[in-house]
Design a protein around this ligand. Sequence first.
Ligand code: G3H
Ligand code: 13P
Ligand code: ZN
Length: 308
Amino acid sequence: MALITTKEMFKKAYEGGYSIGAFNISNLEQLQGVLEGAKAKNSFVMIQASKSAIEYAGINTLVAMVKTASDEIGVDVALHLDHGPDFETVKKCIDAGFTSVMIDGSHHDFETNVKMTKEVVDYAHSKGVVVEAELGVLAGVEDDVVADSHVYTEPDEAVEFVERTGVDSLAIAIGTSHGAFKFKGEAKLRFDILEEIQNRLPGFPIVLHGASAVDQESVATCNKYGGDIAGAKGVPVDMLRKASSMAVCKINMDTDLRLAMTAALRKFMAENPSVFDPRKYLAVGRDAIKMVVEDKIDNVLGSENSAK
Ligand code: G3H
Ligand code: 13P
Ligand code: ZN
């Protein structure tokens, strides 16, 4: 088993009308939960880590852990840098063994974003690594960057951006946002923008960030056992399915895993006050993540048996 790029998985996903789940991790149990879920469903998945997650785990520890777990659990997996802020961070990840990187120049002006992305594409491609970029701005918080409102992706700009940078996939802004509080009123995504980009860039893989569904049962469990999460709302599952059946080949989910793990841990701790062996409670969090990943593969991504 090995760390692989996204080339084959995205091609199959595009042609098959499904998506690959990209799940954020920063520790061993999250990693094992995702890989075990993928294994159970015979599905491709991507493991992704943000700059702050990499700082938390240690870059070499993270790469070694993903490689070894992929081998031990028996799944090929792409290891991806999520929201790479600059060339230096991206280069460090490529040099450490990541097979896929994101350069996120979405908060810069168009020309700067093109320049940043092109520089990363040239380096990454020379090392056999694939690149995701972002155009348009998602509302909410991404690592250290906060945006108050969406700036939807312009299809004309998307075409020009892809042509000028040679990027392998593109994250677009159609109304999703990061975190657990995505919509105040009714959920709405701009499928018209996705459709136009798909028509103008046929066969090109599109990425959807901020795509957690924010399971209300997990939120309720967190709150029942001492949590304080009010007004959380995610992207409806039917909208995610629709996006998967279109040009979206990669769906990013972090919040749903955090909520599931936290709910499981809070419940376990409350019900087992005498347990203090971390393996006992962390295994419960790991199992919760495995279940979420399996559910996503079945009900959101449609990627079961993609790794065959
Ligand atoms: O897009 C943001 C991801 O959810 C990563 O979040 O920077 O807290 O690791 P993080
Ligand atoms: P969520 O916050 O919706 O899980 O999105 C995660 C994400 O887009 C990571 O890049
Ligand atoms: Zn994101």
